[in-house]
Design a protein around this ligand. Structure first.
Ligand code: SF4
Ligand code: SF4
Length: 183
Protein backbone atom coordinates (compact mmCIF):
# COMPACT_ATOMS: atom_id res chain seq x y z
CA UNK A 1 0.00 0.00 0.00
CA UNK A 2 1.32 3.43 -0.92
CA UNK A 3 1.09 6.01 1.81
CA UNK A 4 1.51 9.57 0.66
CA UNK A 5 2.39 12.09 3.35
CA UNK A 6 2.09 15.75 2.44
CA UNK A 7 0.75 18.92 4.01
CA UNK A 8 -2.82 18.04 3.02
CA UNK A 9 -2.84 14.53 4.41
CA UNK A 10 -0.73 15.19 7.47
CA UNK A 11 -3.20 17.72 8.92
CA UNK A 12 -0.41 19.16 10.96
CA UNK A 13 -1.17 22.69 12.05
CA UNK A 14 2.51 23.58 12.26
CA UNK A 15 3.13 22.46 8.67
CA UNK A 16 0.33 24.71 7.48
CA UNK A 17 1.67 27.60 9.55
CA UNK A 18 5.20 27.27 8.11
CA UNK A 19 3.91 26.90 4.56
CA UNK A 20 1.63 29.91 4.87
CA UNK A 21 4.32 32.11 6.40
CA UNK A 22 7.08 31.07 3.96
CA UNK A 23 5.07 30.36 0.81
CA UNK A 24 7.10 27.14 0.47
CA UNK A 25 5.76 23.58 0.22
CA UNK A 26 7.97 21.88 2.77
CA UNK A 27 6.92 18.38 1.78
CA UNK A 28 8.81 18.89 -1.50
CA UNK A 29 11.96 18.13 0.54
CA UNK A 30 13.12 14.53 0.13
CA UNK A 31 16.00 14.72 2.58
CA UNK A 32 18.97 14.58 0.23
CA UNK A 33 20.96 16.82 2.65
CA UNK A 34 22.55 18.95 -0.07
CA UNK A 35 21.42 22.03 1.85
CA UNK A 36 23.28 20.96 5.00
CA UNK A 37 26.39 19.95 3.06
CA UNK A 38 26.75 23.50 1.72
CA UNK A 39 25.61 25.51 4.73
CA UNK A 40 28.52 27.67 6.01
CA UNK A 41 27.06 27.82 9.54
CA UNK A 42 26.18 24.11 9.87
CA UNK A 43 29.14 23.41 12.19
CA UNK A 44 27.61 25.72 14.83
CA UNK A 45 24.02 24.52 14.53
CA UNK A 46 22.30 22.13 16.93
CA UNK A 47 20.23 20.67 14.08
CA UNK A 48 21.31 20.67 10.44
CA UNK A 49 19.10 22.55 7.97
CA UNK A 50 17.71 19.30 6.49
CA UNK A 51 16.91 18.08 10.03
CA UNK A 52 15.01 21.29 10.73
CA UNK A 53 12.86 20.81 7.66
CA UNK A 54 12.27 17.14 8.53
CA UNK A 55 11.18 18.06 12.05
CA UNK A 56 8.90 20.73 10.59
CA UNK A 57 7.34 18.11 8.28
CA UNK A 58 6.68 15.97 11.35
CA UNK A 59 5.08 18.89 13.20
CA UNK A 60 7.75 19.07 15.90
CA UNK A 61 7.01 22.70 16.56
CA UNK A 62 8.49 23.17 20.04
CA UNK A 63 11.80 21.57 19.14
CA UNK A 64 12.14 23.52 15.89
CA UNK A 65 11.27 26.89 17.44
CA UNK A 66 13.59 26.30 20.40
CA UNK A 67 16.53 25.36 18.17
CA UNK A 68 19.66 27.48 17.85
CA UNK A 69 19.72 26.76 14.13
CA UNK A 70 16.89 29.10 13.17
CA UNK A 71 18.71 32.01 14.82
CA UNK A 72 22.17 31.14 13.56
CA UNK A 73 21.04 30.88 9.93
CA UNK A 74 22.63 33.80 8.11
CA UNK A 75 20.10 33.84 5.28
CA UNK A 76 22.88 33.38 2.73
CA UNK A 77 20.62 31.22 0.51
CA UNK A 78 23.33 28.66 -0.28
CA UNK A 79 20.85 25.93 0.70
CA UNK A 80 18.17 27.44 -1.52
CA UNK A 81 20.54 27.48 -4.49
CA UNK A 82 21.67 23.89 -3.96
CA UNK A 83 18.28 22.30 -3.39
CA UNK A 84 17.31 19.97 -6.26
CA UNK A 85 13.65 20.27 -5.21
CA UNK A 86 13.66 24.08 -5.25
CA UNK A 87 12.82 24.29 -1.56
CA UNK A 88 13.66 27.83 -0.47
CA UNK A 89 15.05 26.82 2.90
CA UNK A 90 16.28 30.36 3.63
CA UNK A 91 12.65 31.52 3.40
CA UNK A 92 11.58 28.65 5.66
CA UNK A 93 14.17 29.76 8.25
CA UNK A 94 12.79 33.32 8.02
CA UNK A 95 9.28 32.01 8.55
CA UNK A 96 10.39 29.98 11.57
CA UNK A 97 11.94 33.06 13.17
CA UNK A 98 8.75 35.05 12.54
CA UNK A 99 6.63 32.29 14.09
CA UNK A 100 8.99 32.02 17.07
CA UNK A 101 8.78 35.78 17.70
CA UNK A 102 5.01 35.80 17.27
CA UNK A 103 4.66 32.98 19.78
CA UNK A 104 7.14 34.64 22.13
CA UNK A 105 9.50 31.67 22.17
CA UNK A 106 12.68 32.86 23.83
CA UNK A 107 15.53 32.65 21.28
CA UNK A 108 18.05 30.05 22.36
CA UNK A 109 20.84 32.28 21.05
CA UNK A 110 21.65 34.90 23.65
CA UNK A 111 21.37 38.54 22.54
CA UNK A 112 19.95 37.69 19.12
CA UNK A 113 16.86 39.83 19.59
CA UNK A 114 18.92 42.71 20.91
CA UNK A 115 21.23 42.55 17.89
CA UNK A 116 18.28 42.37 15.52
CA UNK A 117 16.63 45.39 17.15
CA UNK A 118 19.78 47.55 17.03
CA UNK A 119 20.58 46.47 13.45
CA UNK A 120 17.10 47.47 12.25
CA UNK A 121 17.11 50.75 14.14
CA UNK A 122 20.33 51.88 12.42
CA UNK A 123 18.91 50.88 9.03
CA UNK A 124 15.79 52.87 9.82
CA UNK A 125 17.79 55.88 10.95
CA UNK A 126 20.37 56.07 8.15
CA UNK A 127 18.77 54.17 5.28
CA UNK A 128 21.43 51.45 5.58
CA UNK A 129 23.36 49.76 8.34
CA UNK A 130 25.97 51.88 10.14
CA UNK A 131 28.32 49.32 11.65
CA UNK A 132 30.16 51.71 14.00
CA UNK A 133 27.02 52.78 15.86
CA UNK A 134 25.53 49.31 15.71
CA UNK A 135 28.54 47.60 17.28
CA UNK A 136 28.91 50.32 19.94
CA UNK A 137 25.25 50.14 20.98
CA UNK A 138 25.27 46.34 20.92
CA UNK A 139 28.38 46.08 23.08
CA UNK A 140 27.01 48.52 25.66
CA UNK A 141 23.53 46.98 25.80
CA UNK A 142 24.74 43.38 25.89
CA UNK A 143 27.45 44.02 28.44
CA UNK A 144 30.20 42.74 26.10
CA UNK A 145 31.94 46.10 26.29
CA UNK A 146 35.17 45.19 24.55
CA UNK A 147 33.84 42.63 22.08
CA UNK A 148 35.70 42.97 18.74
CA UNK A 149 37.05 46.35 19.85
CA UNK A 150 40.62 45.48 18.87
CA UNK A 151 39.55 44.70 15.32
CA UNK A 152 38.33 48.27 14.82
CA UNK A 153 41.68 49.93 13.84
CA UNK A 154 42.34 47.31 11.17
CA UNK A 155 38.81 47.61 9.79
CA UNK A 156 39.04 51.42 9.78
CA UNK A 157 42.35 51.27 7.94
CA UNK A 158 40.89 48.99 5.29
CA UNK A 159 37.83 51.18 4.90
CA UNK A 160 35.54 48.42 6.13
CA UNK A 161 34.35 50.51 9.06
CA UNK A 162 33.29 54.12 8.70
CA UNK A 163 33.39 56.85 11.33
CA UNK A 164 30.36 58.60 9.88
CA UNK A 165 27.23 56.95 8.48
CA UNK A 166 26.71 56.88 4.72
CA UNK A 167 23.20 58.26 4.34
CA UNK A 168 20.98 56.92 1.59
CA UNK A 169 17.31 57.61 0.92
CA UNK A 170 16.27 57.81 4.57
CA UNK A 171 12.70 58.86 3.85
CA UNK A 172 12.15 55.93 1.53
CA UNK A 173 13.50 53.56 4.17
CA UNK A 174 11.27 55.08 6.85
CA UNK A 175 8.27 54.59 4.54
CA UNK A 176 9.23 50.92 4.09
CA UNK A 177 9.39 50.47 7.87
CA UNK A 178 6.07 52.25 8.28
CA UNK A 179 4.58 49.94 5.63
CA UNK A 180 5.67 46.86 7.58
CA UNK A 181 4.11 48.25 10.77
CA UNK A 182 0.77 48.63 8.97
CA UNK A 183 0.70 44.96 7.91
S1 SF4 B 1 18.55 20.19 -0.39
FE1 SF4 B 1 16.32 20.45 -0.57
S2 SF4 B 1 15.49 18.39 -0.83
FE2 SF4 B 1 17.59 18.18 -0.09
S3 SF4 B 1 17.36 18.00 2.15
FE3 SF4 B 1 17.71 20.16 1.68
S4 SF4 B 1 15.68 21.08 1.48
FE4 SF4 B 1 15.46 18.86 1.33
S1 SF4 C 1 20.45 30.32 4.41
FE1 SF4 C 1 20.84 29.61 6.49
S2 SF4 C 1 20.49 27.39 6.43
FE2 SF4 C 1 20.74 28.09 4.33
S3 SF4 C 1 22.90 27.78 3.86
FE3 SF4 C 1 22.67 29.91 4.55
S4 SF4 C 1 23.04 29.85 6.75
FE4 SF4 C 1 22.68 27.73 6.09
Amino acid sequence: MKWLIDSDTSKLEFVREVEEESGIKIFACYQCSKCSAGCPIAFEMDYLPNQIIRMAQLGMKERVLASRTIWLCAGCETCTTRCPREVDLAAVMDALRIIALREKVKPSERDVQLFNKIFLSTVRKYGRVFEGEMIGRFNISSGHLFKDIFKAPKLLKRGRLKIFPALTDVKKMKDIFKGTEDI
